[in-house]
Design a protein around this ligand. Sequence first.
Ligand SMILES: *Cc1c(COP(=O)(O)O)cnc(C)c1O
Length: 307
Amino acid sequence: MRFDSLVMPDQVDDSGKEFLIYRGDLECNIAPGNKQHKLKYHLQKALSEGCQYVATFGGPHSNHIAAFVARCQTLGVMPLIVVRGETWAELTPTLRTAVAAGANLFPCGRQDYRLGLASEMKQIVDAYYSDVYWVPEGGAGALGVLGCLDWARVISQDQQAEGAHFCVASGTAVTASGFAACGIDSLSVFSALKGVSNLAEDIQLSCQQAGLQVAAKLTTFDECLHGGFGRMSKELLVFLQTLYRLNPNILLDPVYTSKMVYQVYQMEKKGLWPHKRTLFVHTGGLQGWLGMKTDQQPYGDPVRFSC
Ligand SMILES: *Cc1c(COP(=O)(O)O)cnc(C)c1O
């Protein structure tokens, strides 16, 4: 398993602080990162029920869609995808890859999209295809948590992770719940969303629904900065460029891991980060750079992140 040390900007050698990163982004060349783990038990269930079609929901640039399509292709089931937003003049790179891999797309207005499994679009899809197994957006739910629990166990039981304080970025809190329950001592969770009501409560609830308990001492950072989900600020961009110069083999994603690492850096600089040995979990998502504007690319042309 690959763990790298991460050099932080202005880090002083005698600080006694150590920053590590578990390279979930390098786990496999199709669909690396956390999404395949969230999907694992969902797709197993779809196969065991003999479903020919597997459907899900996702945004036009989402890592979930990228991973979903890649896994479906490997398993030989046809992916059906309800995509957030009305029709488009041009498909995003993520959706182009999906179509090339044999996915059928269903553009869905935001209002109906928000209803998820209760949406009208789901009924429409079900009326056209029989035998559809539905995966909730992002691979959420108890099965998603259990897949992440397996992942968290494997990472945390590696010798290199010993004694580390874990850091995980969060959207739906499903991934973080797997880590919270895996038996590690302490965990910080960083929300990528704006205005999350209570991340700690969400983690409690997700664990409970999966029949698990939060075992780690948990610290949550509920407020995402830099303009909210999927937005990039100038200062974050500058930080990523500096970090990249110091760690030319480590690239972070725009939505989740970059904001987490930056937040820890800021706290460390102010003397507010107490942990001696910090382990960031890289949850992948580099293909997300394809959805960012050309003046928001710290790593140059994002075409190399195409799936
Ligand atoms: C989806 C995603 C997350 C968040 O996972 P949740 O289980 O929704 O909290 C974190 N990092 C990356 C790169 C992601 O794509």
